[in-house]
Design a protein around this ligand. Structure first.
Ligand code: DAT
Ligand code: MG
Length: 148
């Protein structure tokens, strides 16, 4: 089954949005298979956002993502990578549709509440960066019969 890496950023944690965000993915029918509250090191932040290291906002991005705890998660389900991106909304909350997480809870691009992997290869890479193999749990729920 497809898996993705989602993370409530420091602004979302400080604003008490963890429960709201987890609830959206739970209610959609996806399954939580890994989660932890953690402080990201500079090294992990620079690695995670490595694709942006030449961008002018890279320093700010690393400072922000390491500025307080994040809630890192692994979610599983059919098409979860692209569906989670749709549920998050556009990168800049000013362009994110109402009903999406960024559309409902964000205002500026620097503090856009949530991260989500953008492709199967980045999902594998990011899950591997943030989680040990034994921290991702395989289990089934009877509810899945009512969703799939
Ligand atoms: P996404 O998080 O939607 O995958 P991204 O990978 O292009 O977006 O950028 C990573 C993060 O960097 C994004 O969530 C917020 C920040 N960011 C992107 N573009 C920015 C910009 N023009 N100015 C400031 N921060 C930006
Ligand atoms: Mg991205």
């Amino acid at each position: 089954m497809e898996k993705t890496f989602l993370m409530v950023k420091p602004d979302g944690v400080q604003r008490n949005l963890i429960g709201e965000i987890v609830a959206r993915f739970e209610k959609k029918g996806f399954q939580l298979v890994g989660a932890k509250l953690m402080q990201i090191s500079n090294e992990l932040a620079e690695n995670h956002y490595g694709e942006h290291k030449e961008r002018p906002f890279f320093g700010e991005l690393v400072d922000f993502i390491t500025s307080g705890p994040v809630f890192a998660m692994v979610w599983e389900g059919e098409n979860v990578i692209s569906t989670a991106r749709q549920m998050m909304g556009a990168t800049n909350p000013k362009d994110a549709a109402p009903g999406t997480i960024r559309g409902d809870f964000g205002i500026t691009v620097g503090k856009n509440v949530i991260h989500g992997s953008d492709s199967p290869s980045s999902a594998v890479r990011e899950i591997g960066l943030f989680f040990k193999q034994e921290e991702v749990v395989e289990y089934s729920k009877l509810m899945n019969e009512w969703i799939n």
